[in-house]
Write a protein that binds this ligand. Structure first.
Ligand code: GDP
Length: 489
């Protein structure tokens, strides 16, 4: 057994200084002659820092994710994969919604964390931020809790060494062990498809040793390590726990976040998991009672695509306008890296899908084709903006489908299949002689036909939203108070 260096992730609200802090730490702790060799970021770096308690030089691995705050998945994964999180809060801006979100992710993943109160060159007084943190449920040291905080300036470097001490102290409490004699294990941090070199993956080793010549396997990918590089791009023969390394040799790209195992005698995974893409397939009819919204996702890189996909998959399953429980199923027809081309639009036409692009552009041909066929293309560089547009799109698509909604307030009589019922129209209008779906909570339990419609005891052709009405309704299903009847287009 041996101790391994802590893997650290920096979290916090946008513009609070995460990148500046990561840059400062890298600049001051990785020898200049070595940093000169960095041609391409691999998503993580290692530093050496003398421990304040033991005086020994200790390593720390920082996940150097360009802080795209909205990437819930990246953050969630970042917090999960890290041994320690550093929550950056700017002294001049205080606790923001994204700070609270970060706290939630840290807490849910049970990641130990320390606080860096940044920009103290601008606002030296940290008491306001501390109060806000306490209010956000972070129990700080000195205030009855045990979460350490350190005022820093990522700009001048003040307090950064103390922050590194705090990180090592927090890591000491975690007893991070590894066994270098084991097979190499870890997770995939970043992937790129290099046009010359093929699939490249940055992985972080969390236990054992991985060696050049080893086989390497994830759920989705397999390969033989041809070249192993450290975070500086230097070729190495082997790497041990907590090191970020770049692996060349995967036959196909592994997925970001997947676990890997590496060793001299590995077989490819017996069952490659079914790709999540195309869940159900475009031609599969949606189960009754579900709104199916079809999307084609495009993004500039695998990491962004994965994040986008995760965000879309995690969109609320219920549309706000379907409080009665109408399910909204999002079907991802295809997800791919690259700009939006006419092929995507053709696929969208044939599958009645909308196209969502994150950090992409659409070709002229694609735009023209989309306009001609009414295909909706939603694009943005900002994930929050994109989310808003997707949600609005879903909402408007949904509204198109439902023409009227009636909440049942009274059931008067039942004779055979005919029932006299009363209710309030809450959306659109209910029309005489129409066929309506009967919904109970999240299920569709049947359908029936309006034989007679009345408003204020007078026969009516339609009754609009906000009004009460009475119906003679023909159905096999026994309607109850609280059921919702829906008229569709
Ligand atoms: P991120 O979005 O959290 O990665 O934030 P950045 O690192 O991009 O920083 C946002 C802005 O704050 C930039 O203009 C930085 O120069 C500035 N900044 C970051 N840290 C400090 C600091 O300690 N002091 C001051 N005065 N400005 C800072």
């Amino acid at each position: 057994m041996a101790r391994r260096p802590p893997i650290v992730v920096i979290m916090g609200s946008v513009d609070h200084g995460k990148t500046t802090l990561l840059d400062y730490i890298r600049k001051t702790n990785v020898a200049a002659k070595e940093t000169g060799g960095i041609t391409q970021s691999v998503g993580a770096y290692e530093i050496e820092h003398p421990s304040a308690s033991s005086g020994q030089v200790q390593k720390i691995t920082f996940i150097d994710t360009p802080g795209h705050e909205a990437f819930a998945k990246m953050k969630a994964r970042g917090a999960k994969i890290a041994d320690i999180a550093v929550l950056v809060v700017a002294a001049d801006d205080g606790v923001q919604p994204q700070t609270k979100e970060a706290i939630k992710i840290i807490n849910e993943s049970e990641t130990p964390f320390v606080i860096a109160i940044n920009k103290i060159d601008r606002v030296p007084d940290t008491s306001k931020v501390k109060n806000e943190l306490m209010q956000a449920g972070v129990l700080l040291e000195g205030y009855g809790g045990n979460i350490s905080s350190q005022p820093v300036s990522a700009k001048t470097g003040e307090g950064v060494n103390d922050l590194l001490d705090l990180i090592l102290l927090a890591a000491d409490m975690e007893h991070l062990d590894c066994d270098p004699s084991h097979l190499g294990k870890g997770f995939v941090l970043e992937t790129t498809l290099d046009s010359r070199r093929g699939p490249l993956a940055t992985v972080i080793v969390t236990d054992g040793t991985i060696r050049c010549g080893d086989f390497i396997r994830t759920d989705q990918a397999f390969g033989k390590i041809k070249i192993l590089e450290n975070f500086l791009g230097k070729t190495i023969r082997e790497a041990t726990a907590s090191s970020p390394v770049r692996v060349l040799g995967f036959e196909t790209l592994p997925k970001v976040g997947e676990d890997f195992i590496a060793g001299p005698k590995l077989e490819p995974a017996i069952s490659i998991k079914a790709s999540p893409v195309n869940s159900g397939g475009p031609k599969t009819a949606a189960p009754e009672g579900q709104e199916t919204i079809r999307l084609i996702l495009k993004a500039d890189a695998f990491g962004s695509l994965e994040a986008l996909s995760e965000i879309v998959r995690n969109l609320p399953k219920k549309s706000p306008s379907t409080s009665s429980g109408q399910d909204q199923k999002i079907e991802i027809i295809q997800e791919a890296v690259g700009n939006i081309g006419d092929g995507d639009v053709k696929l969208a036409i044939s599958t009645k899908a909308a196209i969502v692009g994150f950090k992409t552009s659409a070709s002229k041909a694609a735009e023209t084709l989309a306009r001609a066929h009414g295909v909706r293309i939603v694009q943005s560089e900002i994930v929050y903006e994109l989310l808003k547009v997707i949600e609005d799109t879903l909402e408007s698509l949904h509204k198109k489908v439902i023409k009227g909604k009636l909440e049942i307030l009274a059931v008067f009589s039942k004779k055979g299949t005919q029932q006299v019922i009363g209710g309030k129209v809450t959306e659109g209008a209910i029309v005489n002689n129409a066929v309506l779906e009967i919904h109970r909570r999240i299920d569709i339990i049947g359908s029936g036909k309006v034989l007679n419609l009345q408003q204020k005891k007078q026969d009516a052709k339609t009754v609009g939203a906000g009004n009460e009405c009475g119906l003679l309704f023909d159905t096999e299903t026994e309607i109850k108070i609280g059921d919702v009847l829906i008229l569709r287009q």
